[in-house]
Structures are given as C-alpha cells and as structure tokens.
Design a protein around this ligand. Structure first.
Ligand code: AMP
Ligand code: TRP
Length: 338
C-alpha cells in the first residue's frame, strides 16, 4: 500500500476581541471542512495577542470566548486539536530559536508591523516586531505544511518559509518542511464597514466598522444600514465596482455569506440602490450568524467544560510538538536537559 504523504494543517487566531465577520469568512469558516480532510490543529494565540496591551481580566475572558466562538462555528474537539498557545511551551521556545534565525532586515519589510506600530515605531513592543518569528514557530513546531489564513497573512507565511530554509541550510539538515498558504474564497479580505480600504478588524476602535459574531439582529441591521456606500446603484458587471471599495465589499460579503460568486450577486441585484440591497444583506447575515451566536452563548454558560476541552487539546498538541522540539534541540546542539 502506498502511504499518502501526511498533511498537517495549522492555523491560529488571536483572542484580542470577539471574532468578526472578517475572521469568520476569511478564516474560521474555511477551517471547518479541513477537520475531516487533514490532521488539523487550531490554536488560540494568546502570546501573539499580548504583543499589544491586553487587560488581564479581558484576555482570559476573551480566550474562552474565542474557544466558544470556534466551537460554535463548527470546530469539534473530536475531529481537530483546539488549544491555547501558552499551554504548549514549544511555541515560545521555538519562537526564541527563530529570533536567532530570522534577520532584522526581513522583519523590517513586514507591512503588518508597520500598520500596527503606527507612527511611533520606537514605542512598539519588541514582541510586536518579532511576531512573525513566533508565528513561524507555531506552524513549524508541528511540521504543519498547510496554513489556511486570510490574505493579510501571506507575507508572514513567506517569511516563515525563509526562516525554515535558513535553519535547514545553516544546520545542514532537511528538517523543517515548506509551508503552503491556503487563501480561500471570495472573502479572503473583508473590509471595514466605515472605510472600504481598511480591513475589518476586531481591534478597530469603532465597533460600527465591523460585524461581531456576537451581534444580535438589531446590531447587524444598524451597522449594515450605516455602512458607507455610494449613490450609484448596483452595477451589472464587476468592472462597475472599480474604484468603489465600499460597494465592492458589501457585494463580496453577500456573495460569501450566500455561498455564491460576486458576479451572481450583481446579476440578481443590478440596478437596485444600496438601500434595498442592504435590507437583503441584513437578512442573509442574520439568518447565517444568529444560530452561531446562540450556540456561543450556550457554550459560555459552562466555562469548566470549555477549559477541559482546551486542556485536552493542549495535551494532544504537546504530544505532537515535543518530539519535534527534541530533534530541533539536538540539531542546534543544545545539551539535553536530562
Ligand atoms: P486575527 O484576527 O488577526 O487573529 O486573524 C485571524 C484570522 O482571520 C487570520 O487568518 C486572518 O487572515 C483572518 N482575518 C482577519 N481579518 C480578516 C478580514 N478582514 N478579512 C478576511 N480575513 C481576515
Ligand atoms: N498572525 C495571525 C493573524 O494575526 C494569527 C496567527 C498566529 C496564525 N500564528 C499563526 C495564523 C499561525 C496561522 C498560523 O491573523
């Protein structure tokens, strides 16, 4: 019998707020079918979240809330490994090793650092700067090769491959595999409802800029009604969305949430003004998201059960990562602890 080469999927999400429609359409929704196709590992990356200030009480609450959201969206701890990053020491350890492999010049090119650090780069944490090294460690500690993410993470995955190659080259080994980003769907990048040139983000100061997975029907209706658009009607063809980032975004969201292509959305709604279109979009969003919000609320009534599921996930993750770390330490020449 020919053995299929093993593919292991890894992805991560920060517990820095309630997951947004962007997280859902760009990432989480694509994770669900992977559980049955591959060995899948999904991680709530709390060590990444603290690269910017997090209120301690909020952080632990949001970590549980993220676990509930992921399970409510369809991740099942029987079919995948779901855990919290700080519960598995391999991440921080390999992250440090990669700090010593990655070059400062590589990190200087990362656009997410530039965006997140803002104008006063000197005042950003050193953790925010080396964030991509930790992200590479998350994936490579498991020798995972497929990473489903939104479009914004592509550059970090290219860096992870540079790190893996430099490690292999410097130590003369074929140890870390090549990583393949899986960037899927029409909604690989969902934009802010207030500014169609910025991505929808859970850390945007304006709650009006995003749909949260916990928003109720009224909140969704209000945010969509207030979403920025223009005075032109829905065009017939995609070319008619050129230079209209807000219009394009709403059409993209409609396509993603109803599982169709933006072209089909245009065909069905062309000529309509955005007022009417927003009503239909709200209905589609509420129908899709309200069962998820209800399941999240139910799961959060039993934090003990959520914690137990996460602890089990961490044990399973550790069992995969630790033998890989043992080999990595040997390759580097770190003296065995015992
Ligand atoms: P983060 O919220 O930064 O922890 O991102 C978690 C996952 O969601 C990553 O795979 C991101 O690429 C994805 N993601 C975040 N924001 C968006 C967005 N606005 N559109 C599409 N995907 C997104
Ligand atoms: N950096 C990712 C983001 O902000 C989250 C993340 C951390 C991640 N580690 C990862 C994603 C490993 C994929 C694989 O969206």
């Amino acid at each position: 019998m020919v053995m299929k080469p093993m593919t292991r999927v890894f992805s991560g999400i920060q517990p820095s707020g309630v997951p947004t429609l962007g997280n859902y359409l760009g990432a989480i929704r694509n994770w669900v079918p992977m559980q049955d196709a591959h060995e899948s590992i999904f991680c709530i990356v709390d060590l990444h979240a603290i690269t910017v200030w997090q209120d301690p009480k909020e952080l632990s609450r949001q970590t549980r809330e993220m676990a509930a959201a992921l399970i409510a969206c369809g991740l099942d701890s029987k079919r995948c490994t779901l855990f919290v990053q700080s519960h598995v020491p391999a991440h921080a350890e390999l992250g440090w090793i990669f700090n010593c492999v990655a070059r400062i010049g590589w990190l200087n090119r990362m656009t997410q650092f530039k965006d997140k650090a803002g104008k006063d780069r000197e005042a950003a944490s050193a953790g925010l700067y080396v964030y991509p090294n930790l992200m590479a460690a998350d994936i490579l500690a498991y020798h995972a090769t497929k990473v489903p993410v939104g479009d914004d993470q592509k550059q970090h995955l290219e860096l992870a491959n540079d790190i893996a190659q430099k490690f292999n080259h410097d130590y003369g080994v074929e140890f870390f595999p090549n990583i393949e980003p899986l960037i899927q769907g029409v909604a690989a990048r969902v934009m802010s409802l207030r500014d169609g040139t910025k991505k929808m983000s859970k850390s945007d100061p304006s709650d009006q800029s995003r749909i949260n997975l916990t928003d109720d029907a009224d909140a969704i209706a209000l945010k969509i009604r207030r979403a920025k658009t223009d005075a032109e009607p829905i065009p017939e063809h995609m070319a008619g969305l050129e230079g209209r980032p807000e219009a394009r975004n709403l059409v993209g969201i409609m396509a993603a949430i109803t599982d169709t292509l933006p072209e089909n959305v245009l065909r069905e709604h062309s000529g309509q003004g955005f007022g009417a279109f927003k009503g239909t979009l709200t209905e589609a969003l509420v129908a899709h998201l309200s069962p998820i919000a209800a399941e999240m609320r139910r799961l959060l009534t039993d934090p003990g059960a959520l914690d137990a599921a996460l602890h089990l996930g961490a044990e399973r993750a550790n069992a995969v990562a630790e033998p890989i770390m043992k080999q990595a330490r040997e390759i580097i020449g770190l003296l065995p602890a015992r």
